[in-house]
Design a protein around this ligand. Structure first.
Ligand SMILES: Nc1ncnc2c1ncn2[C@@H]1O[C@H](COP(=O)(O)OP(=O)(O)OP(=O)(O)O)[C@@H](O)[C@H]1O
Ligand SMILES: [Mg+2]
Length: 259
């Protein structure tokens, strides 16, 4: 059998905000079923890298391939933009993002929030989407909250609704940016449990996290970013158990002190 193309491949990616280069040549590959965690200190470029992957941010150099299909660009350098709006939509739909701050619509019920993008962006059949939305809300343990508004839920429940919303797009991969860091510790666990279940199911995921236990538990690969470059990467046993880089050792020691 031929080896299928990775779900997501980034080659030699560079990204600047004006004069400030924040991603300085990064390669990452996520095959189907891989869980890749991005760790690193504040400002190292984790969120930027994740946002470049699903084209929420422009990048100036390097390639992004989705299932072997390269993003097509127009322009160069700071003027480089994705050339094909349909391709952007397809890729964004397939790399569904879960944000730290949930970003649910406050004027819509939980069910409406989960149904919104598949119906309005993808034009899917409303009845089918509703069935799926209820299924995913059940799956993340809040099937009884369909008809309430986000403000009536705890932070952990809101984040689980946001995960259901991402799942309802039926994406090839999920991208998480610090999914637990806006939550109280006791609510963090219920979201971590959902992420662990998704990992066990074999979902392809990229997770930016400050939670080293989560990274150690769910990842196939842990990537340590430092000032826009990969300083160290590997399976969690090696990255955490046999750390090579002095910087990563320092970073891990400081996160242990914090927690
Ligand atoms: N919209 C922006 N305009 C200008 N600079 C930005 C912008 N967003 C991020 N940066 C800069 O890019 C660098 C990387 O930021 P990024 O948010 O990716 O870091 P991070 O690793 O996610 O940090 P944190 O752990 O604090 O979330 C930082 O120096 C930041 O100040
Ligand atoms: Mg960030």
């Amino acid at each position: 059998m031929t080896n299928p193309a990775p779900v997501l491949e980034i080659r030699g990616l560079h990204k600047s905000y004006g004069e400030l280069e924040v991603i300085k040549g990064v390669d990452i590959t996520a095959h189907r079923g891989d869980v890749v965690s991005l760790i690193g200190s504040s400002g190292s470029g984790k969120s930027t890298l994740l946002r470049c992957c699903n084209l929420l941010e422009d990048s100036q150099q390097g390639e992004i391939l989705f299932k072997g299909e390269p993003i097509t660009w127009s322009g160069q350098g700071l003027a480089r933009r994705p050339a094909d709006a349909k391709q952007v939509l397809r890729i964004r739909t397939n790399l569904s993002m879960v944000f730290q701050q949930f970003n649910l619509w406050s004027h819509m019920t939980i069910l409406q929030n989960v149904m919104e993008a598949p119906v309005t962006v993808l034009g899917r059949d409303k009845a089918e989407v509703e069935e799926k939305a209820r299924h995913y809300l059940d799956k993340v343990g809040i099937g009884d909250k369909c008809d309430v508004y986000p403000a009536q839920l705890s932070g952990g429940q809101q984040q689980r609704a946001a995960i259901a919303r991402a799942l309802c797009m039926e994406p090839e991969a999920l991208l998480f940016d610090e999914p637990t860091s806006a939550l109280d510790p006791e609510l963090e666990q219920e979201v971590i449990k959902v992420i662990q279940d998704l990992a066990k199911e074999g979902r392809t995921m990229m997770i930016v996290t400050h939670d080293m236990n989560l990274a150690a538990d769910v990842s196939d690969t842990v990537v340590f970013l430092h000032q826009g470059l990969i300083e160290e990467q590997g399976p969690p046993d090696e990255v955490f158990g046999n750390t090579q880089s002095e910087r990563l050792r320092g970073f891990l020691a400081s996160t242990r002190r914090d927690s």
